[in-house]
Design a protein around this ligand. Sequence first.
Ligand SMILES: Cc1cc2nc3c(=O)[nH]c(=O)nc-3n(C[C@H](O)[C@H](O)[C@H](O)COP(=O)(O)O)c2cc1C
Length: 172
Amino acid sequence: MLLLENKAKEASNMIIVYESKTGFTKKYADMLAAKTGFRTFRVKELSKDLQDEEVLFLGWMKAGKIQGLNKARKYKVMAVCGSGSAETADPDTETVIAKNKLAGVPFFYMRGGCFPLSELKGSNKVLMSIFIKILKSRKVGNKDEAISNIRNGFDGVKQENLEPVLAWINAR
Ligand SMILES: Cc1cc2nc3c(=O)[nH]c(=O)nc-3n(C[C@H](O)[C@H](O)[C@H](O)COP(=O)(O)O)c2cc1C
């Protein structure tokens, strides 16, 4: 792991650009910055000065759509990470790639986390309540845990979830 980290520090420079509403995706952006030395920017901080920089983009997922990605697309996006509350990409990776027009762009899913449902507001609360109903209707074994995570909140951010993207950075 140490070797992986050192190699990441030597890898050609990129910038990390992220969109995070409740902070879980930001945690991943900061963790990646610490490992690689890359600078981080929020999407709203992007400016013309950064137009020539290669971008590693991280965004939170809302009904399968990676937030902030459309704005970041005006820059040189080399790979995209989506953070969601599900254990593995939900909707599945193929759907996320299609929905976000990511064909040919490396995509990495990272489990983020969520605040308790009671702390969400407006359309986010409505959408998450609908998501719970969808989960309830699914015939899968681990749906109770997924529903409880959304109701009560949880933090699924882990260093090990960065390994695939760090391996990609090192292989460039
Ligand atoms: C309205 C809404 C829709 C969401 N849709 C998805 C989804 O489609 N797939 C998923 O895995 N997580 C989904 N989530 C969970 C967030 O993507 C997850 O909590 C993410 O890690 C939050 O990142 P942030 O703290 O950086 O904003 C949704 C959350 C909200 C509030």
